[in-house]
Write a protein that binds this ligand. Structure first.
Ligand SMILES: C[S@@+](CC[C@H](N)C(=O)[O-])C[C@H]1O[C@@H](n2cnc3c(N)ncnc32)[C@H](O)[C@@H]1O
Length: 211
């Protein structure tokens, strides 16, 4: 992926790391400026579109929602304002989690790597939101299997996949394999704005776990 004049240097760096350790170090230093940079400079809307899509279908405020790759808590803030109180967040950056904690919108926050087996029982959550985290150098389509495992039958997974990541990795195949295995099915999937000021789009997806 080329750097463009409009791309924020730190965002460019996060998309071009070769190890999780390197990525973690970038977030460690970037955490205090993350929200300003992604929203004001890049025009990021991942948190807005994933929550809006989920809330079209998701009606019970008592439900348990996982914010996967919660970062500083942008998704949690929106869900909390909408009356959802059982929000659990996971992220692999302690510095991002520390900022999410300050928002007082999460029931619990956990340091966890979404590319590994997740420390949750089967069928734990009614929904997962994963905004901005299926992206280059972050989390790939292999994470879907665990997300499906920990989501209840009839539950939803709402996520973005950045355009270049969608084209580079076997997202379509992994998603189709899970459909063919009758583990989930598509509710909505379409191209959406993502980093508006950078001119970057994403696939915005909502899948429902088989009943
Ligand atoms: C672009 S930010 C999105 C944060 C938040 N969801 C939002 O919408 O603002 C990506 C987040 O994914 C986290 N992340 C990257 N790789 C991860 C991994 N393997 N496991 C868990 N979190 C990861 C980063 O620490 C960062 O907080």
């Amino acid at each position: 992926m080329k750097n463009t004049k409009s791309m924020i240097p730190t965002i460019f760096k996060t998309l071009h790391t070769s190890t999780l350790n390197e990525l973690e170090n970038i977030y460690k230093n970037w955490a205090p400026d993350y929200e300003h940079d992604v929203i004001q400079l890049a025009g990021y809307v991942g948190h807005l579109i994933t929550t809006r899509l989920l809330l079209k279908y998701f009606t019970n405020n008592e439900f348990e929602v996982l914010d996967a790759g919660c970062g500083t808590g942008l998704v949690g803030e929106i869900l909390h304002k909408k009356g959802i109180k059982n929000i659990v967040g996971v992220d692999f950056s302690q510095q991002m989690l520390d900022l999410a904690l300050k928002k007082n919108v999460y029931k619990s926050l956990h340091l966890m790597d979404l590319t590994k087996k997740l420390d949750f029982e089967d069928d734990t959550f009614d929904a997962i939101v994963c905004a901005g985290t299926f992206t280059c150098g972050h989390v790939g389509p292999e994470a879907f299997v665990e997300m499906v495992r920990i989501t209840k039958s009839g539950g939803y997974i709402s996520f973005t996949v950045r355009k270049q990541e969608w084209e580079a990795l076997p997202y379509e195949k992994t998603i189709k394999d899970l459909e063919e295995a009758e583990l989930w099915h598509e509710i909505e999937r379409f191209t959406s704005d993502y980093n508006v000021q950078e001119g970057i789009s994403c696939q915005l997806c909502l899948y429902q776990i088989a009943a």
